[in-house]
Design a protein around this ligand. Structure first.
Ligand SMILES: Cc1cc2nc3c(=O)[nH]c(=O)nc-3n(C[C@H](O)[C@H](O)[C@H](O)COP(=O)(O)O)c2cc1C
Length: 252
């Protein structure tokens, strides 16, 4: 009996090393956008600047030691916009954009600094923000509302097999991978980087939440097709790669 899975092994074999073939970058094909694209008429809601913000628990060692997944959230608690802003800043906040290279630097590492993710937020309870599905615009540190129909909640909740913490969370983070941002340069090797990059993003979310007294539950158990359909993604060029719920824990 072999102790590996054929489908997983095929992926590993196909992406074993940096490709010897020319990449789209080598061929001089236009570089993808590394800044978030959003509709011209989007009503941006600017989030508080995090420049001078210090979280209540500002002790890295304690934050690392105390971080725990927690799935039981206080459904009466509302996240403040400062807390919400902190979570976005820590997980995908942009610290630099280079006009010369077209690349961004953020508060998480990313292979080749491609930063292939768009962040969507399914908000249940954040003060001053109506509930709904939002999209984050890192270069503006702003969000805008995409959809506030009950159906969007039902569709996203269902894609996670209706995990209770998703329904009870103050906010759910949904990270969408845009493959070409990384594959433009790394071809099939890019797919490994997408998943590695996603781990950093969620870990920073965990640590940021812990530092402000909130908790996170990473979500890998979702149905790809259902999640992609909920967000109108084709599942190939763009797909939901990872999610996480956030809320005030009712017990440690
Ligand atoms: C990639 C990944 C996927 C996960 N998916 C789920 C999930 O779908 N539902 C869930 O309740 N917990 C999920 N978790 C949380 C783990 O169960 C949790 O991290 C683990 O029990 C260890 O606990 P700790 O985070 O407190 O150290 C996931 C964690 C990771 C890293």
């Amino acid at each position: 009996m072999s102790r590996f899975e054929a489908a997983g092994d095929a992926f590993l074999s196909a992406s074993r090393s940096l490709p010897r073939r020319e990449s789209a970058a080598d061929r001089g094909e236009p570089m993808p956008d590394y800044l978030t694209q959003y509709p011209a008429n989007a009503k941006l809601i600017y989030l508080p600047s995090m420049q001078d913000y210090l979280p209540p628990k500002n002790d890295l060692k304690a934050v690392i030691v105390d971080r725990r997944t927690n799935r039981r959230y206080d459904t009466n608690d509302l996240l403040t916009v400062e807390q919400f802003s902190w979570l976005l800043w820590a997980s995908q906040g942009m610290v630099k954009y280079s006009e010369k290279t077209g690349l961004t630097l953020r508060n998480v590492p990313s292979a080749g600094s491609r930063h292939p993710f768009e962040t969507f937020l399914l908000i249940n309870r954040v003060k001053t923000l109506q509930s709904g599905l939002y999209h984050y615009v890192p270069q503006e540190h702003a969000v805008y509302l995409l959809d506030d129909r009950p159906e969007i909640f039902q569709a996203i909740n269902a894609s996670t097999f209706n995990q209770k913490h998703v329904i009870n969370a103050s906010v759910n983070f949904i990270w969408v991978a845009e493959v070409y941002r990384t594959s433009w340069r790394y071809i099939e090797r890019a797919y490994r980087y997408l998943f590695l990059d996603a781990g950093h993003v969620c870990q920073n979310l965990y640590l940021a939440a812990e530092s402000e007294g909130n908790a996170v539950c990473a979500i890998g158990a979702f149905n790809d097709d259902a999640a992609n359909q909920a967000l109108s993604l084709d599942g190939h060029e763009k797909f939901v790669i990872y999610m996480a719920s956030v809320g005030k824990p009712t017990q440690s």
